[in-house]
Design a protein around this ligand. Structure first.
Ligand SMILES: Cc1cc2nc3c(=O)[nH]c(=O)nc-3n(C[C@H](O)[C@H](O)[C@H](O)COP(=O)(O)OP(=O)(O)OC[C@H]3O[C@@H](n4cnc5c(N)ncnc54)[C@H](O)[C@@H]3O)c2cc1C
Ligand code: FES
Length: 279
C-alpha cells in the first residue's frame, strides 16, 4: 500500500496526486509508473510529473473507466505501484527544443523539459488541449520555457488550433527548432512527425501503447519502429518519432475501444448506485 500525501482536483476531469515512496530517488526524467488503485482495478501507466526525495506527483486526466475510478474513489492509499518503469528520456544538449503536448502529455513534458533546460537547451512549449478542461499546469510549463503557447481545438481557451496548425505557426513565427518532443496522443505525434520529416527536424515522441505489465513479458505493447518490433514499456516510451509506424500504433490503440466504452458505462452505473447509497 502506498500513502497519498496530497490529492488536488485541478479541473472537472483532472487530478494531481502526490504519493509517498522511497523509490522516488531512483526515478529519471521521462520515466513512468504502473499504478493499480485496488485489487479489482486495472493497472495503468502514469508519467512522473514532480519528483522529490521520497515522494512523486502524477497528473491523472479522466478518459475512461480506470482514470474515472481514480478520480472518484481514490482515498488515502493506492494498492500497487511498479516504479520507475521505462527507459529515461535521452538527455543532451540539442539546442533549440520545442515541446508539444496534447492533453495529459503536458505532465511528462514538464518533467522532461526541466531536465532539458538543465542541459542548457533553449525550451519552447506548445500545449494543445481538446478544450479548456484539458488545459492544466500551464504555470509550471511556463517556468522554464522561453515562450509558452496555448491552443485549444475548440477555441475555448488560448488560440484556436490543432497540433498540426500550432507547430506550423511556431515554425513560421519563431523559426525551426533543432528538436521537437511530443507526448499525449499518437495522432498528434503522427502530425508532428510529418512536419519534422518535411522540414528536416529531429523528433522524439512518447508512444501510447497498452501497457499491462511494464516489464517486457506480456508483449501487449509491441509497436513498429524503423521496421522492427519494439516494446513500448521497456524500450520506450520515447522513440524517434520520424521512424515510428504511427498507423500501426493507432490501429492497435483502437482495437479495444468497444470494450473500453462498455467498461466505462458499467462503471458509471456502479458509481451512481454507490453515490445513491451514500446519500
Ligand atoms: C507511458 C505512458 C504514460 C502516460 N502518462 C499519463 C499521465 O501522466 N497522465 C494521464 O492522465 N495519462 C497518462 N497516460 C495515459 C493513461 O495511461 C490512459 O489514459 C489510461 O490508461 C486510460 O485508462 P482508462 O481505463 O481510464 O481508459 P480506457 O477507456 O480503458 O482507455 C482510454 C484510452 O487510454 C489508453 N489506454 C487504456 N488502457 C491503457 C493502458 N493499460 N496502457 C496505456 N494506455 C492505455 C488507450 O489509448 C485507450 O484507448 C500515459 C500512457 C502511457 C502509455
Ligand atoms: S506491457 Fe507487457 S511487454 Fe510491454
Amino acid at each position: 500500500m502506498y500513502k497519498i500525501l496530497r490529492k488536488e482536483t485541478i479541473t472537472p476531469s483532472a487530478l494531481l496526486i502526490e504519493v509517498a515512496d522511497e523509490r522516488a530517488k531512483l526515478v529519471k526524467p521521462g520515466q513512468y509508473a504502473l499504478l493499480q488503485l485496488g485489487d479489482d482495478s486495472e493497472p495503468i501507466p502514469l508519467s512522473f510529473l514532480d519528483i522529490n526525495e521520497s515522494s512523486y506527483t502524477f497528473l491523472v486526466e479522466v478518459v475512461g473507466k480506470t482514470t474515472l475510478e481514480i478520480f472518484e474513489l481514490l482515498e488515502d492509499r493506492i494498492k500497487f505501484i511498479e516504479a520507475p518503469c521505462g527507459s529515461p528520456f535521452p538527455l543532451r544538449s540539442y539546442g533549440k527544443v520545442l515541446l508539444v503536448s496534447k492533453n495529459w502529455g503536458i505532465a511528462p513534458l514538464i518533467n522532461v523539459g526541466r531536465a532539458l533546460k538543465e542541459e542548457r537547451n533553449k525550451i519552447y512549449f506548445i500545449h494543445v488541449g481538446e478544450n479548456e478542461e484539458k488545459v492544466f499546469l500551464t504555470e509550471k510549463a511556463s517556468e522554464f520555457s522561453e515562450d509558452f503557447l496555448l491552443f485549444t481545438e475548440d477555441g475555448s481557451k488560448g488560440e484556436e488550433g490543432n497540433t498540426n496548425w500550432a507547430v506550423r505557426f511556431f515554425i513560421e513565427n519563431f523559426g525551426k527548432p533543432d528538436l521537437i518532443v511530443s507526448a499525449g496522443g499518437n495522432l498528434d505525434s503522427q502530425m508532428v512527425s510529418e512536419i519534422a520529416k518535411e522540414k528536416g527536424i529531429s523528433h522524439i515522441a512518447m508512444v501510447n501503447a497498452h501497457i499491462l505489465d511494464a516489464n517486457g513479458l506480456c508483449l501487449a505493447c509491441r509497436i513498429l519502429v524503423d521496421g522492427s518490433e519494439k516494446l513500448a514499456c521497456v524500450d520506450g516510451p520515447w522513440f524517434d518519432g520520424t521512424k515510428v509506424n504511427w498507423d500501426y500504433a493507432i490501429q492497435k490503440e483502437l482495437f479495444y475501444k468497444e470494450e473500453e466504452k462498455r467498461a466505462l458505462k458499467e462503471f458509471m452505473r456502479q458509481l451512481q448506485r454507490l453515490k445513491a447509497r451514500k446519500k
